[in-house]
Design a protein around this ligand. Sequence first.
Ligand code: 4AD
Ligand code: MG
Length: 476
Amino acid sequence: MKTYTVASLLKETKLQEIQIKGWVRTFRAKRFIALNDGSTLNNIQCVVDFENTDEAILKRITTGAAVAITGELVESQGKGQTVEVTVTKIEILGDSDPETYPIQPKKHSFEFLRENAHLRTRTNTFSAVMRLRSALSFAIHKYFNNNGFYYMHTPIITGSDAEGAGEMFRVSTLDQKNPPLTEDGAIDHTKNFFGKDTNLTVSGQLEAETYAMSLGKVYTFGPTFRAENSNTSRHLSEFWMIEPEVAFMDLAGNMDLAEDFMKSVISYVLENNADDLQFLDKRLLDEEKTKPQAERSELSLIEKLKFVTENNFKRVSYTEAIDILRNSKPNKKKKFNYIIEEWGADLQSEHERFLVEKHFKCPVILFDYPANIKAFYMRLNEDGKTVRAMDILFPGIGEIVGGSQREERLDVLKEKMAVLDIPEEELWWYLDLRKYGTAVHSGFGLGFERLVMFATGMSNIRDVIPYPRTPQNAEF
Ligand code: 4AD
Ligand code: MG
């Protein structure tokens, strides 16, 4: 007897003596089990011979129960499936309780399912989202591996707060009630676990730069942490970031790489995850129908993904973008929460989405931002006021990628750090890269969950990571 997954069984037409294990989605008319094992969105129908099955067993076939089924794969007699399993033996591996099992065969709100995140992958929507998450992750590694990049594991605990990408979470083993103090009453971090103050990393970039300057092409793909108190549908306190870093590559090369990479990973799921995407496409369509006409998206999910893979990203300088925004209707009519008045203004999500969704109607790469709204390590342009930064903006998401060409000139970098009060002692190793064999280099960071949101059409970032960490929430 051979054990099959539902996915492998659905590819067959006729088989004898097979076994399959999974969870009961529904049990209808004492006869029809819809069985799911997570290997595919689809259930397999298992037909029970109820006249020859113990009543006590039949009672235990309830939604959520784990069962092992032995039987035969045959052509289906009914509608809705081509094959089904004629059950010869059913074993209840784990009972469910139909009274209290949270995942009933009906529509649940995403809020309710978030509270039951340990069971939500037993629904079609969440199993599809998480299979896609896994596929995207594989596609990312595949892309870099095929293109000569090395995968680098950057540290999660960091001793420097230099990136300045956001507030950090402190890592400490000191007695919180009674910490050791220095003579002037400050907490004495020399007594702390690492002999210094440490935090969870906000980005692996600075360490990735060190490896790019020896291995040439590297990338990181790991968890990053930001303690900002931003409770939005696009921010997590713990999220996964992909950060390639490449020696001898300038900003134009960085844009080319990012565009090719994004297209490649989206193409991968279009080719390999058709079932899940079709399901999510339909789900999004139903959700869109509940919105007023004016707010509905013109494209379906799959159309949106194809649109990204088939069209060039529009490359626009920050200065051009400011002109467009300043003259835009929502700016003139004061519909934006933040009115754009002058060159130098930081762009908010509402502006990014206006550019992408209303003005250009395609993914946009904005570049050459004002130096003072971007990080210290970005390469200063000859104009002395802009830096070689680039952000990629996606429809429905806003910023999905942030990157830059890095400042490779020691004197310029030191000057910048001095202005921003970043101590050289903390980043001596980063400065060393500019002392010994410095060269042009660039990279970017992709927020993995924002990519998963885009690829699945989910509108809340909490629904594309297994166990979201957000302010006031670290359940599970
Ligand atoms: O723009 P960010 O802050 O860039 C960096 O951290 C650079 N060190 C990247 C680099 O050049 N290597 O973050 C990069 C991306 C953003 O574009 C966004 O997609 C995502 O990370 N991101 C978040 N995703 C979820 N929750 C948050 N709180 C996020 N903050 C940033
Ligand atoms: Mg950014």
